[in-house]
Ligand binder design. Sequence first.
Ligand code: GLN
Length: 492
Amino acid sequence: MSGDPADLTIAEAAAALRSGALSAADLLAAVRRRAGATEAQLHAYLTLDVEGAERAAEAADAALSRGEDPGPLAGIPLAIKDNMCTRGIETTSGSRLLAGYRPPYDATVVGRLRAAGAVIVGKTNLDEFAMGSSTENSAYGPTRNPWDPDRVPGGSSGGSAAAVAVGSALGALGSDTGGSIRQPAALCGIVGLKPTYGLVSRYGLVAFASSLDQIGPFARTVEDAATLFEAICGHDPSDATSYRGVPPVVRPTLEAGPEGLRVGVIAELAGEGNEPAVLAAFGRTLEALEVAGAEVREVSLPSIPYALDAYYLIAPAECSANLARFDGVRYGRRLPGDTVEQMMAATRRDGFGPEVTRRILLGTYALSAGYYEAFYGRAQQVRTLVIEDFARAYGRVDVLVCPTSPTTAFAIGERTEDPLAMYLADVCTIPSNLVGGPGISLPVGRDGAGLPIGFQVLAPPLGEAVLLRAARAVEVLAGFAARPALATSEAR
Ligand code: GLN
């Protein structure tokens, strides 16, 4: 094998494993070396499962040497956001409240990856309970951006994004409630896919906002993201919201190209609110699509300016209900108190960080008697308008596009004192969570400081085939091949 196996894509690594050019044990060792060389700066991981990963790599090597076809993920080192349950392995959701919590079971997605032969390297850092856009809300300290360690990796799945960007995992899982897969993918220069609501089981995901949460993959290529998506999607009787039909088939049309594709540019999200470098890279990509035979037109979705406001009522309202279960009795840490109420109050006051506390207060207020209709009810009406706008647009175009994030990676600390500035990081990603359709971000260029710029493609619910076809077309046209400083530095 020439080169460092930690730099391989999942498809390349799978081919090397099958041909015998590489063993799963050597691949794991390479990924661990990369983690060893970068973690002190990056802090992408909260927990490494050293023994479990070794056992899984051995099992994959044994299957390969028996000449079995163990599938596309056998022996592939992957990382899991720390809000997904892993049996016997600490699962903190980035919170002090869950410090030391070891779930008695694997989340369905984790079980599916293990069954596919994947090697779970460890659990990645996140904003506490997935609330945030920078991974600075983690109770365990921030993750840094591998392109520039003075900047954030995005969030809330910043650890997963940074690990994949730097090569301390070949792929990863994240969760996306308002953009937490796509926005960190954009800021770290990799691919991040939020599948259709209901296509991937949330059983074993620590719930944030249940009408919005969705698990999805990070990878370095669209094809790899498709491979991970195929491995984790499909009905799960343990998740009452799981889609019962046959999941979309994405592979046959992946390479169908941009010709004839009807691409709608979201007028409300593709204009002045974005940094000039982001707009320039977006515009260049549109031109390339047009030259390659796509039909590009502008589409207006007039309710979009209200989507962020609706999200910041709906998501906190749902989180205030979901986080009620962290009461000091059933999970994680407990602080003493003279009465049960005092114990619960002390545990929650100590266990939740400021952003989570803010969300619980906002959400409780929005749901309280006398305010329910004015806040939560209104937000749900806006959500319906957004759904209708998208449905109308998809009557005319196959996919919708806009930048993933209005800015490239911002500095550590830049927005921590200003929650509204932080919330704006997700202005382009939140609408599709309200709608439930799939979305993907992929890198298409870099700004003057060398930071990656993400391009977002959206499709109607269950439209993963056309979504991934469009994304693959953009990937070919953009030809983004740069790697972050930390993945290539000699200092490593
Ligand atoms: N940044 C958004 C929030 O703070 C979205 C988070 C997410 O998708 N989990 O709510």
